[in-house]
Design a protein around this ligand. Structure first.
Ligand SMILES: *Cc1c(COP(=O)(O)O)cnc(C)c1O
Length: 437
């Protein structure tokens, strides 16, 4: 059997030792945690007006540095990006029946957030090059009931943020950015997360830098910053102390970050460029390796943008390659190249939307809307999910000098085997037993 024989067909895998997992914790994080333990103050928050309303010293230090890192006036830390997205919807005043335009291709929390205030998620389609919201589709989705747009800087690439902000301003809408996957991305020198009225970042374990769980909201608007802080920390107890006249959505949560997490966050933020750049270099090497391969288009970067590659997302074209995505993916997996296909099904396929049931037993807030969530709503998102997306996660793996060459060799081997994979496709049971992955 030659070295060209695919591992899927009995050959030797290119990558015989699995890649090592990405670890971002180092000695600085360890020391930071020990210092907090030593201080005996694991959270500095108090849920009433006063100096502790804004959290402990590390939380406040972390927020100050995060604001400086992205170039925003305010940063409000939270215990997850999910919490941050909910707080953002509350802060801008989303009310029952308000429509919020969202993309269907994102982590589900983006599209759940409006529901907690009775808002109606309305799906607009994505672009087929950078996979973020298509401004033309957003424009078509705007009605008199629209109150906000939530753009996602998906996979680490900024959405068309300046264009979406101009559209939002023209229609008197809020622009919220879910920048969970894009902590260092930018568009024409402005950080992703700072072009909308509120930006939300994630610090969960799977992101470029993390605090186990955590998140940060950023805004340049003083009123929104105060409202975010109130929603984070039992607003109902504090509105009088702050002399707040508008009580809309001021029923608060406990979305507070602990001193332990903030201490880890400070150490992580210190080295964010090192962590991100290693992933960018790996992603760029994969893009170079995939250039010119029939059927596989590596991720694009729009002019003037920085992509921080939370995912390296290629698109696959079965007709151009000569065999199915399933075959390509099975062969790649057998060579030891970790990846997955499809990303997520368009989120309107979730049972909550299909059965129009989210809050309470009667179907609220869908009872306030005649929007439908049927297939066909976002054809580009549907096609990319069903046929095209093939993803590698740079944030899941340690990067050393051998990582990119090994992945590239696996990619080249599979790309050169279209004929063998077409035969493999043809030999598969017509009933469609999926290949082992
Ligand atoms: C990870 C992620 C979230 C959720 O982040 P948590 O901090 O886990 O709540 C939301 N949106 C996107 C796009 C994400 O990738």
């Amino acid at each position: 059997m030659s070295a060209d024989t695919l591992a899927l067909l009995g050959g030797t895998p290119v990558i015989d030792a699995p890649l090592a997992p990405y670890r971002s914790m180092g000695v600085a994080e360890r020391q930071a945690v020990l210092d907090v333990l030593e201080s005996d103050c694991l959270s500095g928050f108090y849920g009433s007006p006063g100096p502790e309303f804004m959290g402990g010293p590390r939380v406040r230090d972390f927020e100050e540095r995060w604001a400086a890192h992205v170039g925003a006036r305010h940063a409000i830390s939270v215990n997850s990006a999910t919490s941050g997205l909910i707080a953002a919807m509350g802060a801008v005043g989303i009310s029952p029946g308000d429509e919020v335009i969202v993309p269907p291709t994102t982590m589900s929390a983006t599209v759940m957030a409006p529901l907690f205030y009775g808002g109606i998620p309305v799906f607009a389609d994505i672009e087929d090059v950078t996979f973020c919201l298509d401004p033309a589709s957003v424009r078509d989705a705007i009605t008199p009931r629209t109150r906000a747009i939530c753009a996602v800087n998906l996979f680490g690439h900024p959405a068309r943020l300046a264009e979406l902000r101009a559209l939002a301003d023209r229609h008197g809408l809020w622009l919220i950015e879910d920048s969970s996957q894009a902590p260092t991305a930018s568009e024409h020198g402005r950080r992703a997360g700072t072009i909308g009225h509120v930006g939300v970042f994630s610090l969960n374990y799977h992101k470029h830098i993390h605090t186990g769980e955590g998140g940060v909201c950023v805004t340049d608007d003083d009123t929104l910053a105060q409202r975010l802080a109130l929603i984070r920390n039992h607003g109902e107890n504090c509105v009088e102390g702050f002399g707040l006249a508008d009580l809309t959505n001021m029923a608060g949560y406990n979305f507070r970050l602990t001193e332990l997490q903030a201490a880890i966050g400070l150490a992580q933020l210190e080295r964010i460029e090192t962590h991100v750049v290693a992933r960018e270099i790996l992603a760029q090497a994969l893009t170079k390796a995939a250039a010119g391969m029939p059927g596989l288009t590596p991720p694009a970067v729009r002019d003037g943008c920085r992509h921080n590659y939370y995912c390296w997302t290629a698109t696959f074209d079965a007709a151009a390659f000569g065999a199915s995505r399933d075959a390509f993916s099975a062969a790649l997996a057998a060579e030891g190249f970790p990846h997955f296909t499809g990303y997520v099904a368009p989120l309107y396929r979730l049972p909550l939307f299909r059965e129009r049931k989210a809050i309470g037993r009667d179907g609220f807030p869908f009872t306030l809307s005649n929007r439908h969530y049927d297939d066909g709503l976002c054809p580009v998102a549907e096609r990319l999910w069903r046929e095209a997306f093939l993803l590698f996660e740079p944030c899941a793996w340690a990067v050393d000098d051998s990582t990119a060459p090994r992945l590239a060799r696996a990619l080249h081997k599979v790309a050169a085997s279209a004929n063998a994979l077409a035969r493999w496709d043809a030999a598969r049971a017509p009933s469609g037993t999926p290949p082992a992955a």
